[in-house]
Design a protein around this ligand. Structure first.
Ligand code: NCD
Length: 342
């Protein structure tokens, strides 16, 4: 899962396992309660207790208000003396910037690493990199990686007090995106219990859809996945305990919120659907479809304008797209505050 290559050769197995054993079992044993360690990370929304989720949404409301105040922003001391590293092994605009802003606004010291300018280009593994940072007295890492499971892998090997936040791992999860989506939906629709949320598009490859479905279900919403058969995860209805359909038109009359996902153009060559025009005609939230629905519209960005959404819809009165971006900083402040609280 994690590259253990040095100069094209595999590092010996012990190079990683010994350190893991030393850290976890001998030098710094982790307290274990009924088989669960006491680490505090945000890796997934799947087991996030509803009280914690609601607390994070409430705190993001508080921070959003604070950020709206005119004039100079008064940094808080929540992360004073704490060092947070942002490790982005995949492209990101909104997520990386909003984490950095959130960390600075809470008074933390921030380092951001991108693979192109770190020793990762010299073959250093993700784990080596993280241990280097840990040795420099790191308090938290925010990690985005193309492989599912990397944040969990790191959390299992880092000292207990180093918090790990998943900022998107492959097609697995993106928990802070789901939290900010839920916060904006709640602000627009009120309590999400009983609200109908349709998630539309490339669900198969979407970490946003996965984190959203777990969180929305915890919050009591009804969720429907809308996708062509080729982009729907296998047995989605049973696995996620939700409804599924291949027809966007089916959900238009009842959906309170419609979350459009980016159609991953890089995967189009693999023939998941016939053409972009065909995709738009079946799954695009066109002005004509907007007229047949009262739902609010969300999109995590980046948007393929003219494919899943038109610009006039994306920036229209029923769209939360720009609010989602604003909420990003507030939600990440809430998450960091929670992770560093007792
Ligand atoms: C998403 C991501 O990278 O997972 N965007 C984001 O974080 N705002 C969605 C995507 O890339 O389609």
């Amino acid at each position: 899962m994690v590259a253990a290559h040095r100069g094209g050769q595999c590092a010996p197995q012990w190079a990683h396992t010994t350190r893991a054993h030393t850290t976890r079992e001998t030098r710094y044993p982790l307290p274990v309660v009924s088989g669960v360690t006491l680490r505090k990370d945000l890796l997934t929304t799947e087991h996030l207790p509803v009280e914690t989720a609601l607390h994070l949404l409430d705190r993001s409301d508080y921070y959003l208000e604070l950020l709206k105040r005119p004039g100079r922003f008064q940094k808080s001391k929540t992360l004073e003396g704490r060092t947070i590293a942002n490790l982005f092994f995949e492209a990101s605009t909104r997520t990386r910037t909003s984490f950095e802003l959130a960390e600075r606004r809470l008074g933390g010291d921030v380092v951001t690493l991108t693979p192109a300018v770190s020793s990762l280009t010299k073959g250093e593994s993700v784990l080596d990199t993280v241990w280097v940072l840990e040795a420099m007295r790191l308090d938290a890492i925010v990690v985005r990686h193309a492989s599912a499971g990397i944040p969990q892998f790191l959390a299992e090997r880092l000292l207990e007090h180093v918090h790990v936040i998943n900022a998107g791992d492959g097609a697995h999860e993106h928990p802070t995106q789901a939290l900010l989506d839920a916060a904006e939906m709640r602000a627009a629709l009120g309590d999400l219990r009983g609200k109908h949320v349709a998630i539309v598009g490339d669900i198969l490859h979407s970490r946003v859809a996965r984190s959203n479905v777990w969180l929305l279900k915890q919050l009591g919403a009804r969720v429907t996945f809308v996708a062509p058969e080729t982009l729907m995860p296998r047995d989605a209805a049973q696995v996620f305990g939700i409804e599924t359909t291949t027809k966007l038109d089916d959900v238009l009359p009842t959906a309170d919120a419609i979350m459009m996902l980016r159609i991953q153009l890089e995967r189009q060559a693999r023939g998941f659907f016939p053409s972009l025009e065909e995709y738009r005609s079946q799954y695009g939230m066109t002005p004509e479809r907007m007229a047949r629905s009262n739902a609010i519209i969300l999109h995590p960005g980046p948007i393929n304008h003219g494919t899943e959404l038109d610009s006039e819809t994306a920036y229209g009165t029923r769209s939360l797209v720009l609010r989602q971006v604003k909420r990003g900083v507030a939600v990440r402040m809430a998450v960091l505050e929670w992770l560093f609280s007792a």
